[in-house]
Design a protein around this ligand. Structure first.
Ligand SMILES: [Cu+2]
Length: 118
């Protein structure tokens, strides 16, 4: 019986690793030039966005989260920082020339998202 418990433990561990580190539930690959991002309930939705290298995109942030934590969005790698007033969409225009991953976050880095440029 002990081996059965061990196997159950290993399966559970694999599931936990997959869930927290490997699953990207809301990755969005958008071919459209305007991508809507909701700022709600303590997170960005979607939080993982794949965009094409060298193409102009508009990230349209719609903040419905009243937490003051959400009122700034910053793209540190790109030198972009923008205020997000409540219930008023704000656009961030980007054209990224080199492939890679670019994080974005609120001012205290509690809300986090990633742009994947390919
Ligand atoms: Cu914050």
């Amino acid at each position: 019986m002990v081996w059965l418990v061990n196997i159950a433990g290993i399966v559970l561990l694999i599931f936990i690793i997959w869930w927290f580190w490997l699953s990207r539930p809301d990755i969005v690959r958008s071919s459209s030039s305007i991508i809507n991002i909701k700022v709600a309930d303590g997170k960005y939705v979607p939080a993982y966005i794949e965009i094409a290298k060298g193409k102009e995109v508009t990230l349209r942030f719609q903040r419905t989260d009243p937490s003051p934590c959400a009122e700034i969005v910053r793209f540190d790698d790109l030198g972009v920082r923008m205020e997000l007033p409540l219930n008023e969409p704000r656009d961030v225009h980007l054209c990224i020339e080199s492939a890679g991953q670019y994080g974005f976050s609120c001012d205290m880095k509690m809300y986090q998202g990633t742009l994947i440029v390919k």
